[in-house]
Design a protein around this ligand. Structure first.
Ligand code: IPM
Ligand code: MG
Length: 364
């Protein structure tokens, strides 16, 4: 799904939100690559760097400071590192770093979260799963990002009872399902199967029954050319590691998508590799799917590739520079193919060195 109108001007506004943990280190690698790719296409970036998450709380007493939110709303795109650190765990729920991210997703209206999972041939032997299972894996999860249990009301803790609400409006299901079907068509044009697997728990949950009904009707009326299957989330979780190559576009609700994409990251070999794009009507939000990794933060060993590939998605979907996006992705692939790996993949390349290697591959 392309974002709002292509920039006709020669500048674009991008807000970088390094956040917490390894966030600043990986954004330090992704930012210059983004800038040089945009410059190469004749676009000057107006870059802003602002705090979010724990860094927002430290700076302003709020995990999403008002100035950060306003700048993101006014931007063409936002590139985020990660939020969260153990030292904020004791804060009241509304002040926790994660709330900054959830509020930002809401503020930007990014209801569709695209998480592609690709298996690089050079990594097959480093991934925990058997090479024979991984062959041909190239899928994308379309996760609904603004509803379900994450946002449903009522929610709370009352004495010995705690509760959350899983609720979906038909309109919320429709708009994210459209993204999945459109994406499936695009992928078919690019030689992929172009089919949608909609994941739910319709044998138990009313929400899932509505989900299934709405998705089926949309397919019947507007996307009869796109093959659709439905699968229960427990069975989909098993098939994701048993026969991952059978999936193409996986459409699912917020919490199921959160869980399944961490699982799917195992296919790629490391969660540090996976980018994401969150899209709606306004600016897109691009972030690696891994978290702040407090255990390795500050040591310069984090894998910056998820952030770099998120920057590539930003170039493609928000700045409408598909050729520059593809060049950056190809540079990443070339570095991996040449056998350079960060610690998560068993190598000894540092975060900054990985940035230099990608930069060199870009200029080759
Ligand atoms: C993700 C993360 C977030 C989520 C957290 C940090 C709130 O796990 O993007 O997958 O649950 O959506
Ligand atoms: Mg997650």
């Amino acid at each position: 799904m392309a974002q709002h109108s292509p920039p006709s001007r020669l500048t674009a506004r991008v807000v970088c939100l390094p956040g917490d943990g390894v966030g600043p280190e990986i954004i330090d690698v992704a930012r210059p690559l983004l800038v040089s790719a945009a410059n190469r296409a004749g676009i000057t970036l107006e870059l802003l760097e602002l705090p979010i998450g724990g860094a927002g709380y430290d700076a302003d007493g709020d995990p999403l400071p008002a100035s950060t939110e306003a700048a993101c709303r006014a931007a063409d795109a936002v590139l985020l590192g990660a939020v969260g650190a153990p030292r904020y765990d004791a804060l009241p729920p509304a002040l926790r770093p994660e709330q900054g991210l959830l509020r930002l997703r809401r503020a930007l209206g990014v209801f569709a979260n695209l998480r592609p999972v690709k298996v690089y041939p050079s990594l097959v032997d480093r991934a925990p799963l058997k090479a024979s299972l991984l062959e041909g894996t190239d899928l994308v999860v379309v996760r609904e990002l603004l509803s379900g249990l994450y946002f449903g009301e009522p929610r709370g803790i009352e004495g010995d009872r705690a509760f959350n609400t899983m609720a979906y409006e038909k309109s919320e299901i429709l708009r994210v399902a459209e993204v999945a079907f459109e994406l499936a068509r695009t992928r078919r044009e690019a030689g992929r199967p172009g089919q949608v697997t909609s994941v739910d728990k319709a044998n138990v949950l009313e929400v899932s029954r509505l989900w299934r009904e709405v998705v089926s009707e949309l397919q019947r009326t507007r996307y009869p050319d796109v093959p659709l299957t439905h699968q229960y989330v427990d069975s989909a979780a098993m098939d994701l590691i048993r026969r991952p190559a059978s999936f193409d576009v996986v459409l699912t609700e917020n919490l199921f998508g959160d869980i399944l994409t961490d699982e799917a990251a195992v296919l790629a070999g490391s969660i540090g590799l996976l980018p994401s794009a969150s899209l709606g009507a306004g600016p897109g939000l691009y972030e690696p799917i891994h978290g702040s990794a407090p255990d390795i933060a500050g040591r310069g060993v984090a894998n910056p590739i998820g952030a770099v590939l998120s920057a590539a998605s930003l170039l493609r979907l928000s700045l409408h520079l598909p050729a520059e996006a593809a060049r950056l992705e190809a540079a990443v692939e070339a570095v991996l193919e040449a056998g350079h790996f960060t610690a998560d993949l068993g190598g000894d390349v540092s975060t900054a060195q990985m940035g230099e290697l990608i930069c060199r591959a870009l200029n080759d």
